[in-house]
Write a protein that binds this ligand. Structure first.
Ligand code: ZN
Length: 740
């Protein structure tokens, strides 16, 4: 069940509405497709949430069929695949700029809404943005660049600024116009629309209604219309109070104003929108879906609706694969989408998502039910045994529960899982099977939770964060089709039932210990109370793999290193990106001006072996000089002549800790490592509370150079050796070393 989760890179150009679209890395889908059986070419994406996914599917030559119910996402999808040429965007902007408005033109009219006075030269200028205090409901800061005197500053807003801003507040004509575009007068949904509008400052609504009214009146041709929609859409997003100042939440989920939010200058936002939409990617043919016609190879057919409405129009078995990015419930985005769709395309187009206006809360149980309903419709259209692959780029336990429960209940049998925990990236695979209901005993969930968690901890060989244990338990239950059975039994998505069973299993101190008991259960890290038959610690295996790769290849990019380690350690062993990078930094350096890394010369095998041998000799000699009986076995031992063992030195070139943690002899080992390993050891200690505790008990790690320094110190005596051993002069210390 454990599969390879390819790493990707941040896309070169992210495009519009990026804070609401799934943060899919570039290249992940392309690489993951290579692991599917060849053959299928008609792919259904039932959610149409990620332009990045669709672009890569099409680039791989698939015939991509997309159900996209949200008109905003659909528009972004379409014009990401078929980018609007920059000159068309510029023409649309110029058109809007010069259109007459109140005896002036639109551009100066909008700029004037944000007028402020330069604090140095007194010139009236248009501010770039104001910052509002949500509680005071007034602007407190202003940012501008004065063209007259050159002052560029962010400073306190003035009384004049506040008066101007306040003059747009209240329910005046522009407010009524903005509302009317969303709901007719006296509509029961009016209060929901009002609640959504409240996320816009009055001045933004004033500017936006001015823009929308002009848009309605401009006679735009079919080529220019999408460009105008695009610019306005970016403006709608720039204009709301979901922009923290200073930058905070990057991906808003709830429609609530930030404590301090940026009020953007909306003409400036229109100007910026041009570059947001002017994507340079290759054009991918994107047609409206039509019945009985497959999309062309490498092309996309876009269905303007939900998969439940598309599926009945598709012949059974006409889809080879389902590949998708699962959407995350996002109250902010869905509510705004309803608003924006109505503003741009009218209430009719917005109808399918108007329900989003009414709903304030989405929980994971709701999401499981929604996924199940959508997937139920998709199942009959997929060819028997056809693969299903879903990416979750913002994975968290609740999301994974909802996905696994939803798929299981809709009749899909899980075949693959992978989680890169520190990046919150997950990948799951299924095949279309049938809905299964097994009789389910009370105890079985807790028993399976315990078994799955134990197996996972043994295979990782190290304390493991809750999120990974959660994925192990849920995917184990899904594999046994127990999620749908449990759902059937309780009549609702079994999130609470499975959650409780798992929690009670993990809280049994006979089986599991929580290494940071003061933290919340979901942020804790767990280990076996009696570890037996465990693999070596995962972190040590990752380090080993990275070193082997660096020895094998002259130069490698970080993404290649990450990819190869993730292939060797798939599924729920997928190494954290932070750990892979820590290993890379410890042994290699990035080549100047390039993406590739090379192993440092002193880390070459022969060099390091020589180092270790030499340090061994130095320690043997030093022991003798201090009058100890010395011996070299697995480690170097210093013993009082005919007396007790006093020191045991373990010399190693790596930061491997598995054997050291397992060593139970007295006296405790002193670990002797190259200085370059210390930040990696710190990273391991951050991940593994056992290592942290081992390091904290007393100073037990010595770097090679300190051993050499001690050997050169002629004043060193047996009496002051222990004291000197722990003295690593600060100027020699690695700035990242906190624990050593
Ligand atoms: Zn000035």
């Amino acid at each position: 069940m454990d599969v390879f989760l390819p790493p990707g890179r941040i896309p070169d150009r992210i495009g519009p509405l990026k804070r609401f679209l799934p943060p899919m890395e570039q290249g992940v889908v392309t690489r993951a497709l290579e692991d599917l059986e060849p053959g299928g070419d008609v792919v259904l994406d039932p959610f149409g949430a990620s332009p990045q996914l669709v672009r890569e599917l099409a680039a791989a030559g698939k015939r991509v069929l997309i159900a996209a119910n949200n008109p905003v996402t659909r528009f972004v999808l379409r014009h990401t695949l078929e980018p609007i040429p920059i000159n068309v965007l510029q023409t649309a902007l110029a058109h809007m700029a010069t259109t007459p408005k109140d005896g002036s033109r639109m551009e100066p009219f909008l700029l004037d809404l944000y007028r402020t006075r330069c604090s140095r030269c007194g010139e009236t200028i248009s501010a770039d943005f104001f910052v509002w205090d949500r509680e005071e409901h007034t602007p407190v800061l202003r940012a501008y660049a004065c063209a007259s005197c050159g002052l560029a500053v962010e400073e306190a807003a003035t009384e004049e600024d506040r008066r101007l801003a306040q003059s747009f507040e209240g329910r005046s004509l522009h407010y009524a116009l903005a509302l009317q575009r969303v709901v007719p007068a006296r509509d029961p949904d009016q209060r929901h629309a009002e609640a959504a509008l409240a996320i816009y400052p009055g001045r933004a609504l004033y500017a936006l209604t001015a823009l929308m009214n002009k848009m309605d009146r401009l006679s735009l041709d079919a080529g220019q219309q999408p460009a105008m929609f695009a610019l306005l859409l970016s403006c709608f997003d720039a204009g709301n109070a979901l922009w923290d100042h200073p930058e905070g939440r990057a991906r808003p989920l709830q429609l609530s104003a930030s404590a301090y939010y940026k009020e953007a200058n909306l003409w400036r936002a229109m100007e910026r929108a041009v570059s947001e939409w002017a994507l340079v990617d290759n054009r991918i043919a994107c047609d409206a879906w039509s019945p009985g016609k497959d999309p062309e190879a490498g092309g996309v057919a876009l269905f303007p609706g939900a998969v439940r409405d598309l599926a009945p129009n598709l012949p059974a078995g006409s889809v080879d694969e389902i590949i998708t990015v699962l959407p995350r419930p996002n109250q902010a985005y869905w509510t705004l989408s309803a608003l924006w769709s109505a503003w741009l395309w009218g209430r009719q187009t917005a109808t399918p998502i108007m329900a989003a206006l009414r709903r304030r809360r989405y929980d994971w149980g709701w999401h499981a039910t929604a996924l199940r309903a959508a997937l139920n419709h998709a199942r009959p259209v997929i060819k028997g045994g056809g693969p299903v692959m879903a990416f979750i780029p913002e994975a968290e336990p609740g999301f994974i529960s909802a996905a696994l429960a939803g798929f299981d209940k809709a009749g899909f049998a899980i075949t693959g899982r992978a989680l890169r925990q520190d990046m919150g990236q997950a990948l799951f695979r299924w095949t279309a099977a049938s809905s299964v209901t097994l009789p389910i005993e009370e105890q079985v969930l807790a028993q399976r939770s315990k078994a799955a968690a134990t197996d996972l901890l043994r295979s990782r060989g190290e304390p493991t964060p809750y999120a990974i244990l959660h994925a192990a338990v849920w995917s184990d239950l899904a594999q046994r089709r127990l999620l749908s059975s449990c759902w059937q039994k309780v009549g609702t998505p079994p999130l609470a039932q499975v959650g409780d069973a798992m929690e009670s299993a993990l809280e049994d101190r006979n089986d599991f210990s929580r290494l940071d008991p003061w933290s919340e259960i979901e942020s804790g890290s767990y280990w076996l109370t009696n570890p037996r038959r465990t693999e070596p610690p995962l972190a040590d295996r990752v380090e080993r793999l990275v070193v082997d790769l660096l020895r094998q290849f002259d130069a490698l990019s970080a993404i290649e290193v990450e990819s190869r380690t993730a292939q060797a350690l798939p599924g729920l062993l997928t190494p954290d990106r932070g750990l892979v990078l820590a290993c890379l930094r410890s042994y290699a350096e990035r080549q100047a001006g390039m993406e590739t890394w090379r192993m440092r010369d002193q880390e070459r095998r022969e060099e390091r072996q020589r180092d270790c041998d030499q340090i061994g000799t130095v320690l043997m000699d030093l022991g003798k000089r201090l009058g100890y009986a010395v011996r070299k076995k697995q480690c170097i031992e210093w013993r009082v002549s005919k007396g007790p063992l006093v020191y045991r030195f373990q010399i190693q070139a790596s930061a491997a800790m598995g054997e050291i943690l397992a060593d139970a002899q007295e006296p405790r080992l002193t670990l002797v490592i190259p200085g370059g390993r210390s930040s990696l050891l710190n990273e391991k200690a951050r991940r593994d509370a056992r290592i942290k505790a081992w390091l904290e008990r007393d100073n037990c790690v010595v770097k090679f150079r300190h051993v050499r320094r001690l050997a050169a110190d002629r004043k060193l005596r047996r009496e002051n050796f222990a004291e000197c051993l722990v003295l690593d002069p600060p100027e020699q210390q690695d700035p990242q070393m906190r624990l050593l």
